[in-house]
Design a protein around this ligand. Sequence first.
Ligand code: IMP
Length: 194
Amino acid sequence: MERLIFATNNPHKLQEVAHILKGLFEVVGMNEAGFIEDIPENELTLEGNAKAKAQFIYSRTLANVFADDTGLEIESLNGEPGVFSARYAGQGKSSEDNLQLVLQKMESVGNRKAQFRTTICLILNNKEYLFEGIIKGIILTKKQGASGFGYDPIFQPDGYSESFAQMPMELKNQISHRGLATKKMVEFLIKGSQ
Ligand code: IMP
């Protein structure tokens, strides 16, 4: 089975993506690939960060690798937290702090439209490819559910009456931003291997 390094140290993401690619590709995280440090995410766009992370690993291993970057984009906050989703409440603050800041900023806001957007950068045989996945939904007024991670408890996708954190992982994977971007990458990989 072909091996792909996923340039992440986030065990939730690794689990989600490994599950989607099960049987097709052996997905290994950064730790397993021998990297212990976090890769800096200093770019001003999701695409920029995804490319920088993939290139960081590729330049050191020459192995096939992909990296993702995700942002929660809230319409009434002019697209915030966006590329700053991981550090919205400041450097060193927790996911819970970030989520609480969103709830606070949205307290008296009527327009609750938001989307999660993931960009994946794949470097395969020394060529770079980008894939994007978007899911639209709303920001809830309080946390609902306890599974998942990050902003999951306050994001409810359109067409569903439960938050990402109330869904089984399989369902979230099927419809999520990262799931959609990953599916696009998988379709591309399968086509290429035929
Ligand atoms: P990253 O830079 O792609 O790791 O993600 C940026 C921020 O978005 C982090 O704070 C994550 O907690 C959050 N995030 C990424 N993916 C998801 C998701 O699927 N659900 C909820 N939050 C997420």
